[in-house]
Design a binder for this molecule. Structure first.
Ligand code: HEM
Length: 346
């Protein structure tokens, strides 16, 4: 597949990231993410309403997956019915990273998923160019901004990057968040009593149980001295963000989950020029989902601990998270918008 800015160096990285960010965040499109907040709250409320009259839910299937996938589809302009189509191929792509498979099977799955996904996104780009809407894909397919239009192949890859990065990771943040809260019932009670705690809590979850455990495929451009070891120029590097998040030299009591931790410099969204593009969206979704879970579900209890995990070594989160509940309360007041924390960069 044509590389996206995820795997480029500056200046190409910066150019394509700017062309994409123009339609996603400030300064050109400051309202896109904030403008989705009410819709996110509505989706979460409906999902939790659907749990009424049930004694067992699956947090992944009933909340953590449908929220981000619906949000990213609406944001990009992917028709709701298409989710069933691309889910199969995205699963296949993730399966291809399973270290338990032999390289040939991994490669086969990757090629099949890539071919199907590319054709799917090309179809969408063509349709949006012909009949543009107010969504992100239409904007990118038709805009000739100051840096020109993104070439079509690049646009298809970038659309897929946003579609996949835009939900797979957030699913894990929400499921890891619920799992962590159920393992720390006192913190769950605190969130129930004070929904404002969701804001620092999501930051602590990104540190304590990061959805992206490592980023591969970096190369040292120079010799780099770290803690008495020289990484030679040209060496391949894998950046283990999850380990950095628990580095005792950076974080006090790194193994403890402290939702209101001060000065939380986590690496959950990476760092530097590749700092996560979608962080403001993911933060908002997780804050809303976790608050709704804490305030509306009565007496939630883990059915099995640990739950089953997805096979991916770098995207860490449960494949299913069964939870028993005693009931569902009526929706409460939404969180004050101004209190939410969003950071854009790009
Ligand atoms: C909890 C949810 C998320 C987590 C934990 C996460 C994590 C990350 C990390 C660690 C990186 C850096 C990768 C690297 O250095 O190679 C990254 C980059 C990126 N993320 Fe996210 N992400 C999340 C949600 C999202 C969402 C919702 C979107 C899209 C709307 C998104 C789009 C991207 C893109 C496009 C990049 C590449 C940025 C660049 O190379 O400049 N992510 N993300």
């Amino acid at each position: 597949m044509t590389p996206t800015f995820l795997s480029m160096d500056p200046p190409d990285h910066d150019k394509f990231r700017r062309i994409t960010m123009r339609h996603f965040g400030p300064p050109t499109t400051p309202g896109r993410v904030a403008g989705m907040e009410a819709r996110m709250a509505e989706i979460v409320t409906d999902l939790v309403d659907n749990m009424a009259d049930r004694s067992r839910i699956d947090v992944v299937d009933d909340l953590a997956y449908p929220l981000p996938v619906t949000v990213i589809c609406e944001l990009l302009g992917v028709p709701p019915g298409d989710e069933q189509r691309f889910r199969v191929w995205v699963d296949l792509a993730l399966q291809s990273t399973d270290p338990g498979l032999d390289p040939e099977t991994q490669q086969k799955k990757r090629i099949e998923a890539g071919t199907e996904l590319r054709a799917f996104m090309q179809e969408l780009v063509d349709a949006h160019r012909q009949t543009p809407g107010t969504d992100l894909l239409s904007a990118m397919a038709t805009d000739d901004g100051p840096e020109g239009r993104m070439p079509d192949e690049q646009l298809v890859s970038t659309g897929l990057l946003l579609l996949i990065a835009g939900h797979e990771t957030t699913v894990n943040l929400i499921s890891n968040g619920v799992l962590t809260l159920l393992r720390h019932p006192a913190e769950l009670q605190k969130l129930r009593a004070d929904p404002g705690l969701a804001i620092p809590m999501v930051e602590e979850l990104l540190r304590y149980e990061p959805p992206v455990h490592f980023v591969p495929f970096r190369t040292a451009l120079d010799d780099i001295d770290i803690a008495g070891t020289t990484i030679p120029a040209g060496a391949s590097l894998t950046l283990v963000l999850a380990a950095g998040n628990r580095d005792p030299a950076r974080v006090a009591d790194p193994g403890l989950f402290i939702p209101d931790r001060a000065n939380n410099q986590h690496l959950g969204f990476g760092g530097g020029v590749h700092l996560c593009f979608g962080a403001p969206l993911a933060r908002l979704e997780a804050q809303i989902a976790l608050t709704e879970f804490a305030t509306r579900l009565e007496n939630p209890r883990l059915v099995s601990d640990p739950p089953p995990y997805r096979p991916s070594p770098f995207l860490r989160g449960p494949s299913h998270l069964p939870v028993d509940i005693d009931g569902v309360l009526a929706p409460g007041k939404p969180l004050p918008t101004v209190a939410r924390r969003m950071h854009f960069s790009g």
